[in-house]
Design a protein around this ligand. Structure first.
Ligand SMILES: Nc1ncnc2c1ncn2[C@@H]1O[C@H](COP(=O)(O)OP(=O)(O)OP(=O)(O)O)[C@@H](O)[C@H]1O
Ligand SMILES: [Mg+2]
Length: 444
């Protein structure tokens, strides 16, 4: 008999077994004629200390198993030893042992054991080769350990996969941020260029008008000085007179009168540029994901300014209904990102000329509600459940990454809020974002 009952602890780093091969114990079989007493002695042999049962084999095939438990039960009976001791082991054996092929995959073996097992666990299982010939014994406990090892392996595999997923998700968030930043910067450049154009034009006109006017004033002053006796009459007088003659027709007095309006326009343009720059400043805090108090109405208005060029291009009217809101604890840059995604989706969904987007904010039960509603083409019922899935897009290749709503959903959830959608194809879509006033800590 092979004393193969050694501990089969896994070497550190070794992979858990996938079949029963490493669990085989080459225990010698019990012959059918072996007496009950002799089998009891086999169980007393320290080499078999870990075995629950031994296989009973006839002509190389297992026909049963005898368990330590069964022997103990019989020996505990009054006169059990005397009554059964000399009888062949077949009188007590379990004629339906669990027999498994050595090549059985571990998972399948575990399932077979689970269906076969009784309480208390009294038997191990018998291992056979592909032809059904006896090879040895397998311990139920070893299978449990191996399954546990597999689970641990899978757990750490899962952990690694999760870490990989997280980092690629982070990269996606990053690239989405870059994409929305790019989109926003392009919009802003356009927005800044328009007032910048007329500010430059106005300044050039003012400079032209003022240059000539300054010369005229100087020449006139010189003539006035001579006439009032403040200066000596000189040959310069004629020169000044000629200068005045030449400059006067060039000076458009009406234009001089308009100068004030021109400067007012210029100031307005500069103010617009200032506004845009301060919006850009708000958005350039994209990477500050820290929590701070913010006014959602301000965030909404500044997001609307950012998409203004798109709204204008598509002639979409915006109805802004701003309710009175408490400041909320949030990562403003991230909420900006959500608003930008919702607004650009709404604009992109409008394909007709009567485009209208309603943006309403209000407070309800201590939570801030942001509603973005469009009268665009709507979302088909079969798509509705998938729009928050990463990479789900119905837009042509190169036009949508399908990450906008996935990221928005994640951001809102991280704030302890929720985002809901309702849509009717051909009528429009409504997105509702609910954010708790006191940040992500207190979800309700
Ligand atoms: N307001 C809306 N009206 C109609 N369909 C919408 C609306 N918002 C989202 N969708 C649908 O949901 C899909 C997913 O939106 P999501 O913002 O996640 O990605 P995307 O807009 O396609 O691409 P990206 O935002 O990366 O440019 C869109 O392709 C569109 O089919
Ligand atoms: Mg989008």
């Amino acid at each position: 008999m092979n004393p193969a009952l050694t501990t089969r602890a896994r070497a550190p780093g070794a992979a858990a077994p996938t079949d029963l091969q490493p669990l085989l114990l080459q225990t010698a079989p019990v012959e059918t004629q072996t007496s009950v007493l002799d089998v009891a002695r086999l169980f007393l042999d320290p080499r078999h200390g870990g075995l629950l049962s031994l296989a009973v084999v006839d002509a190389a095939r297992p026909i049963g198993s005898i368990s330590r438990y069964e022997l103990m039960r019989v020996f505990l009976m009054p006169y059990g030893r005397e009554l059964y001791g000399r009888r062949p082991i077949t009188a007590l054996m379990n004629a339906q042992p669990l027999v498994l092929s050595l090549a059985t995959p571990l998972d399948q073996a575990a399932r077979a054991i689970a269906t076969h097992i009784r309480s208390p666990i009294t038997d191990d299982f018998v291992l056979v080769d592909a032809d059904g010939c006896y090879l040895g014994t397998g311990l139920v406990l070893d299978v449990l350990r191996a399954v546990e090892g597999r689970l641990t392996d899978r757990g750490s595999e899962l952990e690694r996969a999760y870490a990989r997923l997280k980092s690629s998700q982070l990269q996606l968030v990053q690239s989405e941020k870059m994409a929305s930043l790019g989109q926003m910067v392009a919009g802003l450049v356009h927005e800044i260029n328009t007032p910048l154009g007329y500010v430059r034009n106005n300044v050039e006109m003012t400079r032209g008008a003022l240059g000539d006017a300054a010369q005229l004033v100087a020449a006139q002053q010189a003539v006035i000085d001579v006439l009032t006796g403040a200066a000596e009459p000189s040959a310069d007088l004629e020169m000044h007179m000629a200068q005045i003659e030449e400059l006067r027709p060039r000076i458009d007095t009406a234009a001089l009168g308009d100068l004030c309006d021109l400067l007012d326009d210029t100031l307005h343009g500069v103010g617009q540029i200032g506004d845009l720059v301060s919006n850009l400043k708000d958005f350039s805090r994209l990477d500050q994901s820290g929590l701070q108090k913010a006014d959602v109405n301000k965030l909404v208005d500044s997001a609307l300014k950012i998409v203004q060029h798109l709204l204008r291009k598509r002639e979409v009217a915006v109805v802004r209904e701003a309710g009175e809101l408490p400041q909320i604890e949030c990562a403003p840059a991230r909420i900006n990102q959500v608003l930008l995604n919702l607004l650009s989706n709404a604009i992109q969904a409008i394909e007709h000329e009567r485009g209208r987007i309603v943006v309403r904010t209000q407070v309800l039960d201590g939570r801030v509600l942001i509603l973005v509603e469009d009268n665009g083409k709507g979302i088909a019922a079969e798509h509705l459940a998938r729009i928050f899935d990463p990479f789900f897009t119905t837009k042509p290749v190169g036009q949508g990454t399908g990450m906008g709503l996935a990221i928005s959903h994640q951001i809102v959830e991280q704030h302890g809020g929720m985002i809901r959608v309702a849509s009717r194809p051909g009528v429009g879509t409504r997105f509702l974002v609910v954010l708790p006033v006191d940040g992500r800590g207190k979800r309700s």
